[in-house]
Write a protein that binds this ligand. Structure first.
Ligand code: NAD
Ligand code: MG
Ligand code: MG
Ligand code: MG
Ligand code: MG
Ligand code: MG
Length: 339
């Protein structure tokens, strides 16, 4: 089954023409949505909490900044772009009271709707427009006349025009220039959590750490182990990003290709796959979501302890020293803030 994909001609900005879009939050996604939509000719207001350090930044860009509640009131479409773990609280106190009949509640990730943390009334549309990249890239690519691929999903279509509005929103972001794929809140949420846990964040960083430990425990210098197991990962990932796994293997040496193809499956094998399936089950049956919501209610004690463990790991200590030798990294960092 292939995802349905939409382009510029499938989307019409007229579905936003008599509407005000309230962007709640001005972080990675928030600033990109607000500025791209504004430059696409859409009426935008930004909703921020009192004392937000982003207020001046948004105003300097010519955006109208209101409190979250005022923005929710003024907006016909309210896009919630604050961190996922704070959304339920802010929604309950400052957004829900100002949703009127036929308004749109929009998200860039499905967590709170899919796991029932936000339960909107039945007389609004609910959709998702999720750019498949960090906000800074959403903004940069748009200013160059292109766009990043986006996902859209319709959770509730009260007005009968939810999909047209979602596509118009994606067009305003620049997304239909690249292609907009249709998904559901369930699919986006579950695959996003699985991907970051099993592969992207969890899987990769444990692989890197264990590789570093094996080399240093065998007596190799930590600096050399750092370069081989962590630093060079970017080169490999860039090759995969551009040309897939085949493209990566085409570019590395035949020795690396043969070694990787024969040894890789001995590291990540059927047993690992079974554990990945267990991780997916915990995402699907909401074991993970319940645990994460509880962790937040308790003031993230486990997350703080894990952060401190990692900070004390030798790979982080040697990494800090080595990265300070690479002064060009600072520039790259701000441009490519990770999700
Ligand atoms: P962020 O952390 O960059 O920005 C959040 C902003 O929200 C802050 O800048 C601040 O203005 C505001 N904020 C923070 N705490 C708040 C509070 N308690 N009350 C009110 N406002 C508060 O967030 P982000 O990464 O842009 O994520 C926003 C949404 O976009 C999330 O649903 C996320 O899952 C989704 N998303 C993010 C990315 C990404 O690459 N960053 C990609 C796709 C989807
Ligand atoms: Mg993701
Ligand atoms: Mg995620
Ligand atoms: Mg090497
Ligand atoms: Mg080599
Ligand atoms: Mg499910």
């Amino acid at each position: 089954m292939e995802a349905k994909t939409y382009y510029n001609d499938d989307a019409d900005l007229k579905y936003l023409s008599d509407k005000t879009v309230a962007i709640i939050g001005y972080g990675s996604q928030g600033h990109a949505h607000a500025l791209n939509l504004k430059e696409s000719g859409v009426d935008v207001v930004v909703g921020l909490r009192k004392g937000s350090s982003s207020r001046e930044e948004a105003q300097n860009e010519g955006l109208e900044v209101l409190s979250t509640a005022e923005a929710a009131k003024k907006g016909d479409i309210v896009m919630v772009l604050i961190p996922d773990q704070f959304q339920a609280e802010v929604y309950k106190n400052e957004i829900q009271p100002h949703l009127s009949d036929g308004n749109v509640l929009a998200f860039a990730h499905g967590f709170n709707i899919h796991f029932g943390q936000i339960e909107p009334p039945s007389n609004v549309d609910i959709f998702m427009v999720a750019p498949k990249s960090p906000g800074h890239l959403v903004r940069r690519v748009y200013t160059k006349g292109s766009g990043v691929p986006c996902l859209i999903a319709i959770e509730q279509d009260y007005t009968g025009t939810a999909k047209n509005t979602a596509l118009a929103y994606a067009k305003g972001l620049g997304g239909t220039r690249a292609g907009v794929l249709e998904t559901t809140f369930e699919e986006e949420t579950e695959t996003d959590l699985f991907g970051e846990q099993a592969v992207l964040c969890g899987g990769v960083s444990e692989l890197v750490k264990q590789g570093f430990e094996v080399l240093t425990e065998a007596g190799y210098q930590p600096e050399i182990a750092y370069f081989e197991c962590l630093h060079e990962l970017k080169l490999i990932v860039d090759l995969m990003y551009e040309g897939g796994i085949e493209g990566m293997y085409y570019s590395v040496s035949d020795t690396a290709e043969y070694g990787g193809l024969t040894r890789g499956p001995r590291i990540i094998d059927e047993v690992t796959k079974k554990r990945m399936e267990a991780i997916l089950s915990e995402v699907q049956d909401s074991t993970f979501a319940d645990e994460w919501i509880e962790e937040n209610k308790n003031g993230i004690p486990k997350l703080k302890a894990l952060r401190s463990d990692l900070d004390n790991h030798k790979i982080e200590k040697v990494g800090k020293q080595l990265r300070s030798m690479m002064n060009w990294l600072e520039e790259d960092k701000t441009a490519e803030a990770a999700e």
